[in-house]
Design a protein around this ligand. Sequence first.
Ligand code: SAM
Length: 251
Amino acid sequence: MAETGTGNAIQFNRISMVKDFLKRKKDAVLRRIIPSIKKQHYLDSLVGPYGYWDQLQQYQLDFLIRRGLEKQHKLLDIGCGPLQGGLAFIDYLNPGGYVGLDLREEPLVAAYRQIAEKNLVHKNPILIYSSNFGKNELDQIQFDYLWASQILYHLPEEKIDRLFEQISSRMTPSSLFFGDIIGDHPIRDTITTEGYWREFSFYLHSIESLQTMADQYRLTLTSLGPIGELGYPKEIALHTNRMLKITKRQE
Ligand SMILES: C[S@@+](CC[C@H](N)C(=O)[O-])C[C@H]1O[C@@H](n2cnc3c(N)ncnc32)[C@H](O)[C@@H]1O
């Protein structure tokens, strides 16, 4: 019986490998002949994972609206990429309400193109190319909401420290920062030693160690639990990430 079970499992694996292979071939052909599919594939490649653009866009917008984001608020989108969430935020917020920043040129070029294609130029979004979280580029602007989706785990400790310094200077006691860190991922330990997304490594951060760093900037961290319970698609492996809320203490 056990042998038959193993045999069935091997056959099942082979069938799903063949199905995956055929699907990838079919997608590659469709990309070649249908320009909109090719374009979406390119945008997906700038944020990862493939095939979840609309769902992740809705998740980002719904998440912040549920936590009080209103049209008149000012939002800083840290690591905005090609505007997967950004397009929905720009559309929702009043003109001038959105600032996105990223340290790579390629997603920002795609972002500018999308703003034009989606007729969002009149919303006057601001995009910033910055390797220091806007320190040299953003003057004294403060924000109601600060959003760091799928980026904190690409930052080593010294960068988290610089991020905290920056966000602290851009927050008032009523501002809210949200961002996710790696939680109980099934390959939590191997992901950090072997995993790469583009040129970025993965880093594990505990809430306790982040709180110690945050203390010097008068920031308080709270865990809101796994992002899979907060609207993030559960089919994506990183749904076990923990969402952090950060507030700034009074002087
Ligand atoms: C996985 S993508 C997420 C994009 C977007 N936040 C989203 O969730 O749709 C991570 C983005 O963070 C950017 N990034 C990584 N390190 C950064 C840093 N130190 N400063 C600004 N952006 C950074 C990358 O270039 C990339 O566009």
